[in-house]
Design a protein around this ligand. Structure first.
Ligand SMILES: Cc1ncc(C[n+]2csc(CCOP(=O)(O)OP(=O)(O)O)c2C)c(N)n1
Length: 247
């Protein structure tokens, strides 16, 4: 008897991710949530630039690959012209919180009726591990070799907290993918965000705390422990905005 089945939205192909990278878990959770809602044929993945773009190697549903940081702008056009589609953008932290900061804040502020899935691994993974806006204080990257210093590079940007101050977003939540509970909560959060979108409720934002074993220069297991001791205390998991619960 089969106890586990690969989601149909994930093709039977090598993913391209480094061993232990949580991007692959994140995209699997996205696929599962969409399939549980019966939306596999209706979903449209707006794939941005960065390791998130490795999605194109194995996402078997519809997708559009767009320029760095511009996924929320592209998703706006797609969703407005195809309101019946389940549209989501999948973005990394360099993509979303650096080059695409204007696009994400503007789309959230307009209350566009799509979902953004934000994989926060605190680094520019694909280009070799440079500092991202979300890099933690003291975290070593190839551009902060002595650790991030807020005097010169500011503080790690908290996107859920920022976006939840806006009036329009309906559901804003952060989950950490380094524990079974975090994974289960993330699956439920993604499903809720997609359901709210299909009900036409408005902008939904799911941040997933992920890792980068290659550029953090740690084993996969060490990254999960680092997330517990360093990432989670700063980027606190939780629901930051839920208009449905407040109604
Ligand atoms: C306009 C433009 N500027 C810069 C780049 C180079 N670039 C490719 S991926 C990337 C960083 C991606 O980092 P992040 O969004 O954190 O994703 P990750 O790879 O960590 O998942 C950059 C700067 C690009 N492709 N296009």
């Amino acid at each position: 008897m089969a106890v586990y089945k690969r989601p149909e939205l994930i093709a039977d192909a090598p993913s391209g991710y480094c061993p232990g990278c949580l991007h692959s878990l994140a995209t699997k959770l996205v696929a599962e949530a969409i399939e549980e809602l019966g939306q596999a044929d209706n979903a449209l993945n707006v794939i941005s630039v960065g390791c998130s773009a490795l999605n194109i190697l194995y996402w078997s549903g519809d997708f559009l690959s767009v320029a760095h940081g511009r996924a929320p702008a592209a998703a706006t056009g797609i969703k407005r012209t195809n309101p019946e589609r389940l549209v989501f953008a999948y973005q990394g932290d360099g993509d979303l919180a650096a080059i695409g900061l204007a696009e994400i804040m503007s789309a959230a502020n307009r209350g566009e009726n799509f979902t953004v899935v934000f994989a926060n691994n605190q680094t520019y993974g694909m280009t070799g591990g440079q500092m991202a806006p979300t890099t933690l204080i003291g975290q070593k990257t190839t551009t902060t070799v002595y650790g991030r210093d807020p005097q010169t590079t500011g503080y790690p940007m908290k996107m859920c907290e920022l976006i939840s101050t806006l009036e329009a977003p309906v559901y804003v939540a952060r989950f950490a993918l380094n524990s079974p509970k975090g994974v289960n909560d993330a699956r439920k959060g993604l499903k809720k965000a997609f359901r709210l979108q299909m009900e036409g409720k408005g902008f939904t934002f799911i941040e997933l705390l992920t890792n980068c074993p290659t550029n953090w220069k740690m084993t996969p297991l060490q990254t999960l422990e680092y997330m517990n001791t360093n990432t989670i205390p700063y980027f606190k998991p939780g629901v930051y905005k839920d208009k449905e619960a407040q109604a």
